[in-house]
Design a protein around this ligand. Structure first.
Ligand code: SF4
Length: 247
């Protein structure tokens, strides 16, 4: 894997989903086959396949300290693209440092990850007044997860991490996206560990070959998504979990 330490020019960027977004890393070691962030390859000059390079914004915390003094306080999303708790975060602690700065200054933060490495930062998270942690989940079936996300943490580890965070009093959510076969079994596993659930189908253009290879093509029809979403929303209703579909 190619890993490059870079000096970024800025870190607190405007976002369409939340007012701001912070991406401490460009590139993602999780290398999910459907990843929509692949388009970033175009802007980085990297020739390696998606998942085989990461640029590390080594000056992220230093920039953030300066930028929050100049910008209006509002919610920050960590991260919009590229997992903020991918394995390199264990060494660099850029997400942890940014989180510490934001929480100390009382900025609202929404974190989205697939990695239980976030538990390392539970000391900061449980003290924060305005923080939410979301885990992305695609299926309850780890054999399906291995087909599409072979380098991302197992589903059970994500569920355990959500339960632990929720138990520590941190506001948590699950983002079920993209809907993969087995997603319909997730809600029961999430009961008692999340404050709400979001559902999105997302696009499959990069995962098409996996669907074909494993004969799963019938699992990505419009009818399939509608049926699975119906089941997820009805399970949420049964269990009293707030649920929003975003497709
Ligand atoms: S964890 Fe997110 S950013 Fe990383 S490869 Fe998977 S979908 Fe892409």
């Amino acid at each position: 894997m190619t890993m490059r330490e870079i000096q970024a020019k800025s870190i607190l960027s405007a976002s369409k989903i939340y007012p701001y977004v912070i991406n401490p890393y460009v590139g993602c070691q999780h290398a999910c086959s459907y990843c929509y962030a692949r388009y970033m390859k175009k802007f980085t000059g990297h020739k390696e396949p998606w998942g085989a390079f990461v640029d590390v914004k080594i000056n992220a915390a230093e920039l953030l300290r300066k930028e929050i003094r100049k910008k209006k306080k509002a919610a920050v999303w960590i991260s919009g693209v590229c997992d903020p708790y991918q394995p390199l975060e264990r060494k660099y602690k850029l997400t942890r440092q940014c989180l510490q700065i934001l929480i100390r200054e009382d900025w609202p933060v929404v974190i989205q990850t697939r990695s239980p490495l976030i538990l390392r930062d539970v000391d900061i998270l449980k003290e924060a007044k305005n923080v939410e942690v979301g885990f992305s989940l695609t299926t309850a079936d780890d054999s399906i997860r291995k087909l599409f996300e072979p380098d991302a943490p197992p589903i059970q580890e994500r569920l355990n991490a959500l339960a632990e965070l929720h138990g520590e009093g941190v506001r948590t959510y699950a983002m079920i996206a993209p809907i993969l076969p087995g997603a319909e079994k997730l809600v029961d596993l999430l009961a008692g560990t999340v404050d709400y659930i979001l559902v999105d189908r997302m696009n499959y253009q990069y995962a098409d070959f996996i669907y074909r290879k494993h004969g799963l093509e019938e699992k990505k029809t419009e009818e399939y998504f509608v049926r699975v979403n119906k089941q997820i929303t009805s399970d949420c209703c049964r269990l009293g979990i707030e649920c929003t579909t975003v497709f």
